[in-house]
Design a binder for this molecule. Sequence first.
Ligand code: GLN
Length: 189
Amino acid sequence: MINIGILAVQGAFIEHHYILERLGVKTFEIRQLKDLKKGMDGLILPGGESTTMGKLLHDLELFKPLQDLIQEGLPVLGTCAGMILLAKKLTNDSHIHFQTMDIEVERNAYGRQLGSFFTNALFGDTEIPMTFIRAPYISKVGSNVEILSIVNDRIVAAKEGNQLATAFHPELTDSTYIHEYFLSIIKAR
Ligand code: GLN
């Protein structure tokens, strides 16, 4: 039975649990180091505020263990701030975090095309609803990164091996598509 750990130090984590519950998948919250003992098949880094999350990850001594797990191939879904946590480089911020995914991300494209809005757009060849909240976007991808969605000429979803990142919040819509896609990455492992 698949068990997914959801980083729950800050941000919109409970919504991921609700979506996965609908899909019959077990989850647990990661709040402190001892939560990692449970072991997991997949990790979700939710939306929220990436600078705060990054700081809490260090304060709670979760940073290195989670970074190691991702580097070892643990499937991870980073949404919005979670995507910022995965990025190798941030174009407009000196705080960088896990740096495990070969993407360059611009934070808070707020007030511009990619601020806060809702749209339906293609993810791969499937149209899904997307909710953007003070969204980041991907400004550059490495050669091993697969681009999965482009909205308003900006990359908003990508995959690199075990890592899946979305600029939007898939947990804030009715669609379970992204979580099912993530489950398929876990099952393929
Ligand atoms: N703007 C937030 C950040 O930079 C991300 C927004 C979100 O997760 N909804 O961390």
